[in-house]
Structures are given as C-alpha cells and as structure tokens.
Design a protein around this ligand. Sequence first.
Ligand code: 5AD
Ligand code: SF4
Length: 468
Amino acid sequence: MTTSPRDKTAPRDIDQPAVIAARTDDVSALNTKKVFIKTYGCQMNVYDSERMADVLSPIGYAPTEVPDDADLVILNTCHIREKAAEKVYSELGRIRKMKEANKPDMKVAVAGCVAQAEGAEIKRRAPVVDMVLGPQTYHKLPEMIAKVHRETGAVLETEFDTLEKFDQLPETRKPKGFSSFLTIQEGCDKFCTFCVVPYTRGAEVSRPVTQIVAEARSLASQGVREITLIGQNVNAYHAEGPDGGQWGLGELIRHVALIGGIDRIRFTTSHPRDMDDELIKVLGEEPKLMPYLHLPIQAGSDKILRAMNRDHTYEHYKQLIAKIRAANPDIALSGDFIVGFPGETDADFEQTMKCVKEIGYASSFSFKYSVRPGTPGATMHRQVPEDVKSERLKRLQDLLYTQQREFNQSLIGKTLPVLVEGTAREPGRLFGRSPYLTGTHFDGPEELIGQIVDVTITEAGVNSLIGV
Ligand code: 5AD
Ligand code: SF4
C-alpha cells in the first residue's frame, strides 16, 4: 500500500479504481444502451469519465454500475505508476471472459493515460479491445463507436488537441452531487524526471475563462455548491480574461466566486514554482476559497529535487509556505512525497523526514518511486532497492499519519461548516466534508443533504471526523 489511509470518499487515491455511479436522471426513453465506465487514477480522470457519459448520453447510452449489463465498457486508465497501469490488463482479462461467456456484442474501450502511452500495444496485448482513445480525444467517442460497428479491427484515437476537445464537449454538465470537479487546465511542461504526465497528457493548456464560467454556471444551476478547479498544474493557469488582460488562477477564482449558488471553491494540483503573489493573496482574502492547499514537494533533499527537475530548493518551498501561512494562518497543507528516487541516500531521505517535521501536513499522499518507461528517471543510475523504498515509505507514512491524526484532533471542540454530501453507511448518519476536506460524520435528517451545516467536532481519527 503506497497511499494515505483515507476514507472511501476522500480525494482519489490514484491507484484505486472507481466506478462512475449510474445517474438515473439520464435514463430516458432514448437511452436504449448501457455504458459501464470504470475510472482509475486522479481527479482529472474522474472528470473525464463524467464528460464521457455526457458525450454518450445524446447517442443513447445510459450509465450502468453493472458491467454485465453493459453494451459498452470503458476503462479510463492511469499510467502514473506501474501498479496502476498493470491493473488495466488484468481487468481486460476479466472483461474478455465476461464477453465470451454472455456478451458477444459488447464493445470495449480503453481510454485515459495508458491508452495514450501504450496505444496500439494495448490492442496487441488485449485483442478484446475495440477502441483506444487518449485523454484528449474522448469527444470523438460517438464517431469511434460508429466506426467500430462498421469495420473490423480496433479504432485508435490518440491525438493531442486539448482545446478542440473542450470546444466539442457539451456545455451542459449533469453533475452527480453537490460538489463537482471542473477541469480548467490540462497537461504539463515541467517534465519532472519521474513523471509520465507530460507524455500522456501533453503540453500545458488553459481553457478560456468564458468556457469555464459557462460550465460553472451550468453546475450551479443544477445544485452544485462546491467546485474544485482541477488541472495537472492548476496554478500555472493563464488565459485571457473578459477584461482583455492575462488572468492567472487567482483572478479566475475571484471571478468564479461571483457565481450565485457556488459557496465553496477548491483547486488542485499545484506546483511550488507557480504559486504567484495574487494566488497567495486570494488564499487569504476570498472567503469562498476553502483553507486547504495541496502543494507537493516530493522530496526534502536539494540534490534529489534537482535530479527530479523540480526547479526549486527546499528553502524556497519553506519560504513559500511561510508566506502562504502569513496570508492565511488557517490553511491546512497537503503534499505528495516520493521515496527511493534514483540516487536517494539515507541522508537524502532524512531531509524528507526533516521537511515533513518542519512544515507539518494535515494530509498527504506518499509513494515508492516507480520506474516509468520513457522518463529520464528510468535510466538513471543508482536505482534504490525495493526493500529500502518500503522501509523508507513506512517511516515516512508513520510520521505523516501521526501529523494527520494530530491535525484532525486539533479540530475537536471546533464548529466547522460541513457540506453534506449524502448519507453515511450507518442508519441516521450523514456524511459531508469540512473546509479542510476531511470526511465528517454526524447524525441528522436527510433533508440536510446538499446544505452547509455547522458541525461541532467530538471525535477525530486519522481519516475522518465525528461531530454533532
Ligand atoms: N513514481 C511514484 N510516484 C509518482 N508520482 C508521479 N510519478 C511517480 C512515479 N514515477 C506521484 C507524485 C505526484 C503524484 C500525483 O504521483 O508524487 O505528485
Ligand atoms: Fe508530473 Fe511534475 Fe508535471 Fe506534476 S509537475 S504533472 S509531477 S511532470
């Protein structure tokens, strides 16, 4: 296990697959076919899966949660670590058996980052696959499906035209709940030496402000109260604003905050190099922006940061955090860490431990370095043995989870505004999220679902809060 012990509804652990929930409101007389979409990976994929459902709805596909019922199965895949990518092939094995046993006409698509990275290789390894489509081509699903029904052999679409995709997607969203992701930026030009994202998602591209605002309004008009602005490098967002000037993420957040019905805004994932002064100011000033910041450092040693091509030092990060905390002392900080990057010595790893102790994180994601073919890290000398990585990860996670528990315990006795997302497993109990994104459970009537209510925290664990 390489990730934080979060509750099942916490922000996506990017190795854990999720199934897109069926939206019964989608099922109309027109919807005669069923699509089962399984999502692996990050928030970007969660958003993309919802958008694929939006694209398929007009051509008659309603979502199902039962793969056996599906006419079309889509695996929306993740390539970030080896484990995530390999899961896809085992799932395809299960799908092949299911198709052979009772669904001979079922079509199978592989979407997302494995599709982008491995393209035709997927079809060779898994002949059950009919369609392979990258993260920038899913708006073409209807024509791909038509082609698959006309021709034999797999259909492959892995072009990189992010803006064309967004131009083609339906403006109206069909959100599932009261909190929704909204992609504002995609791709990455940073080329951290461990990371596949610049190769699978392409260059950094920001969506136009007007398009984002239209989508946010569509979400608000359907009851969404919290929007998380997402992107691989969300704080590198830059686009022309309605005033003709260049807008960064700070300006965009102030603008989205003006939309009636939107009460909470979040953003993820950020890079320390792109935390500009305007964004830091907005973190201190905009009441709708939640006091939670995911700002990964990955490692504490300057030598490793350099080898990772992060382009900043630990000291720079520390000063940045000090500035952010000065702007808003209430900010809960979250981070990503990689242990066992090539060349990481015991002394380097101790620098990561020192960083965590000095900075203090309210939540975190931590991973063993996973060699990704085609990235510079893969061919670096002095790869770290697996048992050393495991030992370092254990020590790091012990520290991170202790901090997470301590942070949650510091909330006991406080009254927090919680956006109620639904019912918890226990009868009579509701589930929502604190401003710090912590899953919060409390007893209450179902009428409260969709409301922001004051909850006084009485108990705290590593992953969740209980309150009244
Ligand atoms: N090995 C391990 N972790 C990785 N991440 C990205 N690439 C790798 C890799 N090759 C982690 C980083 C990043 C998060 C999304 O996944 O911590 O911030
Ligand atoms: Fe990957 Fe680095 Fe870009 Fe983040 S900033 S997506 S870790 S290359």
